[in-house]
Design a protein around this ligand. Structure first.
Ligand SMILES: CCC1=C(C)/C(=C/C2=NC(=C\c3[nH]c(/C=C4\NC(=O)[C@H](C)[C@H]4CC)c(C)c3CCC(=O)O)/C(CCC(=O)O)=C2C)NC1=O
Length: 169
């Protein structure tokens, strides 16, 4: 599992290079957004249960067929599994925010996930909708806390969404 710094150093070490201008710019942006990324993780932690609940309500309001007979989140067991998955996405997104890197998502969340979803008939498109709703809710919370949300908030959620859906096409 790597963060922004270890992954950058690894890339330069592999080719025996000193840290050039690109590397320095990269590091600068990592440190410049450092405080807000940590604050965002704190906001997620303080509101996790509420965020997951609200995201679920919004998802099932937008796509009610998911919780009707024949839908993948139909029955209390599968409904709960769906919310639990959303909770995983939110928690790991908060780790990735602090790390400033999506490596933790590739390693702990995405590996084999698409195959598991496909074998259980968990629909990828609606899952991505749920992840995007989580992202919007986090942006709202961050804004409420007086922090200007930037790309850095979106990155982990968009990474999971992209990785899940791209390979499905
Ligand atoms: C930390 C990394 C990690 C992830 C991401 C993870 C996901 C994950 N979700 C699963 C199931 C599931 N996932 C969902 C999710 C959904 N169904 C829908 O219709 C919605 C679109 C969506 C919620 C947004 C459902 C309903 C199941 C249960 C499917 C079944 O057993 O039939 C399963 C199968 C095993 C189980 O039920 O626990 C895994 C492994 N597990 C992990 O350890």
């Amino acid at each position: 599992m790597r963060d922004a710094i270890t992954s950058l150093i690894k890339n330069y070490d592999v080719t025996g290079r000193y840290l050039d201008r690109d590397a320095i710019d990269n590091l600068k942006s990592y440190f410049q957004t450092g405080t807000v990324r940590v604050q965002a993780a704190g906001i997620i932690n303080a509101n996790a249960a509420e965020l997951v609940k609200q995201a679920g309500l919004r998802l099932f309001a937008d796509l009610p067929e998911l919780i009707r007979p024949g839908g993948n989140a139909y029955t209390t067991r599968r409904y709960a599994a769906c919310l639990r998955d959303m909770d995983y996405y939110l928690r790991y997104a908060s780790y990735a925010l602090v790390a400033g890197n999506t490596d933790v998502l590739d390693e702990r969340v995405l590996q084999g996930l698409r195959e598991t979803y496909n074998s259980l008939g968990v629909p990828i498109g609606p899952t991505v909708v749920g992840i995007q709703i989580l992202k919007e809710l986090v942006r709202e919370k961050v804004t409420e806390a007086g922090i200007q949300p930037g790309d850095w908030v979106d990155q982990p959620f968009d990474h999971i969404s992209r990785e899940l859906s791209e390979r499905d096409i």
